[in-house]
Design a protein around this ligand. Structure first.
Ligand code: 1GP
Length: 246
């Protein structure tokens, strides 16, 4: 099971995950990025994002990744249609600070029967979007957590844990000019007993290190690999910084 693998890895070091959005490029280019991320030593591949894509493109993207790497693939869905039996697992996530029930429980309601029918592993996750939130914040109609509102961020995270969710994800939004503030990461991490994922706006070794040292157990980067010509050169030191962080 993927969640057990995550737990086992976390006993040894912090984890890096690479997010690839199949809406941003062709399945062939998606596979190219996945291969470079694999060679850079990323721990898991996350496929998805807030742009809704149909199952066919998702299936094709996962299939093309499978041809080039054995790295485990977790779907990061933006809608109920982003479910594929070809993945290894799926984040069964709720956007806890959405103003629309659709993103809290609506897509989940629609997708649950199909997910159960294909027997795909699900990893329950509380998803919380912090300013600036970017496309994820707008698409998910998030009531964004203010960057100085540490208590609300922690309250959402504690709520996720109390609901029995396995992970909490603090998201600044893909391509955000700044990542989730370090003091918020540290504050939230101290309040929960489940792993904390942080992503959005992490593009440099320094920011990856800062986020991991602040308390993120899992650091996600996406744009930095999608936008780079030399993915390995950029990703390898970022991944090393995450692994070395205490
Ligand atoms: C978005 O947190 C992820 O969901 C990744 O963000 O693209 O800014 O790395 P970036």
């Amino acid at each position: 099971m993927i969640f057990n693998e995550i737990e086992e890895k976390l006993k040894k070091s912090k984890i890096h995950m690479t997010l690839i959005d199949p809406a941003s490029q062709s399945p062939a280019k998606t596979a190219e990025i996945a291969l470079a991320a694999d060679q850079s030593g990323t721990d898991f591949l996350m496929v998805g994002g807030s742009t809704d894509i149909d199952k066919k493109i998702l299936d094709e993207s996962i299939e093309s990744i499978r041809k080039v790497t054995d790295r485990k693939i977790i779907i990061f869905p933006g809608s109920a249609s982003m479910v594929s039996e070809k993945a290894d697992a799926l984040y069964f996530m709720s956007l806890l600070n959405s103003g629309s029930l659709e993103f809290v429980v609506g897509h989940q309601f629609k997708a649950a029967p199909y997910i159960k029918s294909i027997g795909l592993e699900t990893i329950s996750m509380g998803y919380v979007i912090v300013e600036p939130g970017m496309t994820a914040g707008r698409a998910g109609r998030a009531d964004l957590v203010r960057r100085n509102d540490l208590k609300s961020a922690a309250s959402y995270a504690m709520m996720a844990e109390l609901f029995g969710m396995k992970l909490v994800y603090l998201e600044a939004g893909s391509g955000a000019p700044e990542h989730v503030p370090s003091d918020m990461i540290t504050f939230v991490k101290r309040k929960i007993g489940i792993p904390l994922i942080v992503g959005g706006g992490i593009r440099s070794v320094e920011s990856a290190r800062e986020v991991a040292q602040a308390g993120a157990d899992i650091v996600v980067t996406g744009t930095v690999a999608e936008k780079s010509e030399r993915v390995r050169e950029v990703l390898e030191p970022i991944i090393a910084a995450v692994r070395q962080a205490k």
